[in-house]
Design a protein around this ligand. Structure first.
Ligand SMILES: [Zn+2]
Length: 154
């Protein structure tokens, strides 16, 4: 899937690292809401690292990223444009390196990064996320070091 035409000059939209509120992201958000999950959107999981996640569960330290197939080089749909092939290859490789770096920083800080491809069926992705969230919440509640505030359901 190649980037959709968005309003604004090409240079402006090309410079955006991550587009917000895309269709797949909104569908996933509502699928999660339907499952009773509450979260923050477009937040930095780590305040001192300038990387935003699409959905953030701060207490459980889970950060969800909905990755565009084109921009993040999906193995199924990561088609390479013929025009300016080298430019796009470099650009996408850089995005992927940045994704890996973001994940590493999050893990180092005790977070679980979750990456969802925009092509994944939202309900399937939501099921996986729900399972992870419920599991994290249960473990946190069972942890002897957790305080009362941390035991509230998120
Ligand atoms: Zn894809």
């Amino acid at each position: 899937m190649e980037p959709k035409a968005l309003p604004g000059p090409a240079s402006e939209r090309m410079s955006k690292q991550r587009s917000r509120d895309t269709g797949p992201e909104l569908l996933l958000r509502s699928a999660l809401h339907r499952r009773g999950l509450r979260f923050f959107v477009h937040r930095r999981p780590l305040p001192d690292v300038r990387r935003e996640a699409d959905m953030v569960f701060p207490r459980l330290r889970v950060a969800i990223f909905v990755d565009g197939c084109f921009w993040h080089g999906c193995p199924e749909h990561g088609t390479k444009p013929r025009r300016n092939a080298e430019y796009w290859e470099t650009k996408i490789a850089r995005n992927r390196a940045r994704d890996a770096d973001t994940d590493a920083r999050l893990r180092a800080a005790g977070w679980t990064p979750v990456r969802i491809w925009e092509h994944e069926p939202p309900d399937q992705a939501a099921d996986e996320i729900e399972q992870l969230i419920r599991d994290r919440a249960r473990r946190l509640a069972e942890s002897p070091t957790s305080d009362r505030r941390a035991q509230r359901a998120e």
